[in-house]
Design a binder for this molecule. Structure first.
Ligand SMILES: Cc1ncc(COP(=O)(O)O)c(C=O)c1O
Length: 350
């Protein structure tokens, strides 16, 4: 906001807006309203500067009010505010997919765009199911999540998610879902530096679920490489690779939910790059558009290229990648949404 930009007028009442994940009564009794943002700081309506320690909701990775983003979004909305992607297209959507593929772990070939991380997660689960179905392996319908996981607010995401308060009010959720044990182990790992040394064996919980359900019934496993909403839980050393190995052994699709960890959060484009473990699908969001516009996507490998899952989205400008390219890299800041399917071939069942 420039000094002569008028502030938004305060609303006459806060009643109508039902705020998500907020204690509405308490908030409205003592509202904390923001009116502007620049760089790392918000400005509250009373003029206080507030350090934005969480980059919005983990999404403004490149900082607030970045001029190239403001310009790109403003120019694009004036030129073409919306274009359908059903049987029509906009060149920038194709360019964006290409750039995302280039940023992703080797082998990523295709990106499918959605409008939120939650939608990206539900679509990734659908792609995994449709993949097995298309290969004649339609008995693989089970989805495995993990305790303490957050995968958004769609029915798929809360089913594979592991946060009790997000699940308890919504009935039986999706059928055929099971959960790995979480990896938070304060007793053994409290003072570790870097990745926690203890807990690789927790990945073997997937073998337990394979013994319980039979691997031939399991379609996919989804994990956050670093759990975010449950409190930033790092993966134990070797844990993600062991999950990868078990999925390979049993022909299970491995999905990394990188809605938070994507776009520079860990100093690389994706946690998959950082930990050198390649999932079959990556869901990404948030930093993809630096929070400026809804934007998520899915990438997929060549062997599922005939699959089509989920709705299309509008073709809009992609400011964060522009910023990334013009500023030369991800280290020291990053920021969209969607999911990327890793280009790795999903292995055949043994
Ligand atoms: C790991 C993870 N997955 C999915 C989501 C849902 O993304 P969205 O809020 O864009 O629907 C989030 C949101 O914080 C997330 O942290």
């Amino acid at each position: 906001m420039t000094p002569d930009t008028p502030a938004n007028p305060l609303p006459a009442s806060l009643d109508a807006f039902w705020m998500p994940f907020s204690a509405n009564r308490q908030f409205k009794a003592a509202p904390r309203l923001l009116q502007a943002a620049s760089g790392m700081f918000y400005t509250a309506v009373d003029g206080r500067q507030i350090l934005d320690g969480t980059a919005g909701l983990w999404c403004c990775n490149a900082g607030h009010g970045r001029e190239p983003i403001v310009r790109a979004v403003s120019e694009q909305i004036a030129r073409l505010d919306y274009a359908p992607s059903f049987q029509l297209g906009h060149p920038l959507a194709f360019t964006l997919a290409q750039r995302l593929a280039a940023l992703s772990p080797p082998g990523l070939e295709h990106v499918f765009f959605t409008n939120s991380g939650s939608e990206a997660v539900d679509t990734a689960l659908k792609i995994a199911l449709a993949y097995h179905h298309a290969r004649g392996d339609a008995g693989r319908t089970r989805l495995i999540g993990r305790e303490k996981a957050y995968h958004g607010v769609g029915f798929g995401g809360i089913s594979v998610g592991g946060l009790v308060n997000n699940r308890k009010a919504f009935g039986p959720l999706l059928g055929g879902v099971d959960h790995l044990r979480h990896t938070l182990d304060i007793e053994r790992n409290a003072f570790s530096r870097g990745l926690p040394p203890h807990g690789i064996e927790l990945a073997d919980d997937l073998e337990r679920l394979c013994r319980l359900h039979d691997p031939s019934t399991i379609a996919a496993v989804i994990v956050e490489p670093v759990a975010g909403s449950a409190g930033v839980i790092l993966p134990p050393q070797g844990y993600l690779q062991r999950l990868r190995d078990i999925c390979d052994r049993h022909g299970i699709v491995l999905i990394f939910d990188e809605v938070i960890t994507g776009f520079g959060r860990l100093g690389e484009a994706f946690a998959a790059n950082r930990f050198d473990v390649r999932p079959d699908l990556i869901t990404a969001a948030k930093g993809l558009s630096n929070g400026a516009i809804p934007r998520r996507g899915i990438g997929r490998p060549a062997d599922t290229r005939n699959l089509h899952a989920g709705p299309g989205t509008s073709n809009r400008v992609f400011p964060w990648l522009y910023l990334f390219r013009s500023s030369g890299g991800l280290r020291g800041g990053a920021g969209g949404a969607g999911y990327l399917r890793g280009g790795r071939s999903v292995r055949q069942s043994p």
